[in-house]
Design a protein around this ligand. Sequence first.
Ligand code: NAD
Length: 487
Amino acid sequence: MIQNQPPTYLNYIGGQWKTSISGETIASRNPAKPQELVGYVQKSSLADLSDAANAAKAAKDAWRKTASPVRGEYLERTANILEERLQEIAETATCEMGKSLSETKGETIRGIALLRYYAGEGMYKTGDVIPTTDGEAFMFTDRVPLGVVGVITPWNFPVSIPIWKMAPALVYGNTVVIKTAQEAAVTGSKVIECFAAAGFPDGVINMVTGSGAVIGQGIIDHPAINAITFTGSNAVGKRVAAGAAARGAKYQLEMGGKNPIIVAADADINLAVEATISGAFRSTGQKCTATSRAIIHRQVYDLFKEKLLEQIKKIKIGYGLDADTWMGPSANKDQFQTVLAYIEKGKEEGAALLCGGRRCEAEKLKYGYFVEPTVFENVKKDMTIFQEEIFGPVLVLVKVDSIEEAILTANDVKYGLSASIFTKDIGTMFYFIKNMEAGLVRINAESAGLELQAPFGGLKESSSYSREQGQGAKEFFTSTRTIYVKP
Ligand code: NAD
């Protein structure tokens, strides 16, 4: 599907596809074969961003006044277009960030379902009737849009994250300026093509590609942008929060995780191993909800470790488009180097390497950003690889003596996104539910994974405590008004 002369994608501003004012572009490369170009996107400047923000501002009143069921119809049309382009867009995502095709297809199907869910949301109630102490008066609540929403997204779910932010933003009556991650901007551009083809009025949707430092920071600072929804790293999230708060813009942050799986003494070990492999290594560990710490009861530690290492040997690493590939490369050179640096840090700090730990050296893989599935044991709580999000195929094992110790260990990090436990005991399940500091608490299921109709987000430094998806999105993308009528 990659052509000899890769295509160039344009910005989408005020209903027009436009080159950046500078005319410069950025190349996007396949992390499995970095010599292969996937396409070029615009290297935009603040002037391009300003055009987009002003176009979104000019469109916001008419869009706010468009009836919400009609706004929902645009999303339904977008879903149909994305469905027609499912295979092509999933292949592009695989070529651009390396995940296996089954995963990028799954993500695109999720995007279609999200569009349909929020299309239906245009028909739901927007408020409540509240009794008043004056028998003649009438009081009710209503929800109003925020205006222009700036959307900043990461590269790891290049189809579904832009959609899970844009679909609710739009159906609740906001206009959008989106900057997708530079490392997945070709895929992002194709997603925006689907929105554009659905016929949204000019200016309702705008996309500007470019660096985080210029365009991302520009979204944080632009006075026409009333709210910012961000998914990405904690370091950048803190900048978004500080910048938005300084100018009174609403913001929402979904950030990193250091997600544990606890394996209790009574766990079904085979299921726990399966969930750990999938949680830790699917998507090459590049999910915010990926399992990165396995905390195992002493009684089952050796059995769990033995079965885990056996299963890891069966992981098929390769090009994401190859049918038998289960795990692809790190998504880009920076991420690849970061993962290898964390592995070195783990060794230096005294953790014991059980498997992996290196770049893949097979002839077909050695030029790509492939890292072996890596497991450490003898990991102490103060080690870097226990505390920090690695975002790669690296798992640490920790042995504990009780469920109380397991949960104290699991909670001993700054993150609180997702956590999972394997146990058959209902008392242990409830102890975990009551004491685990995580926004997503999962029992006998892997740490990664969520359903789109449920609210999603983390505790502690994983989030700004706002929620995405399901009905949670309404809280961020609208504001409640209270209306009092005395006839
Ligand atoms: P990142 O923070 O480097 O980038 C995210 C976005 O911010 C990109 O579009 C980037 O260009 C932009 N950006 C970079 N510098 C900026 C700046 N100074 N100002 C404004 N914007 C800027 O993150 P990433 O490497 O793309 O993604 C990986 C991270 O995302 C991981 O930490 C992962 O846990 C997190 N993530 C969280 C969730 C969640 O829902 N909690 C989901 C997916 C990924």
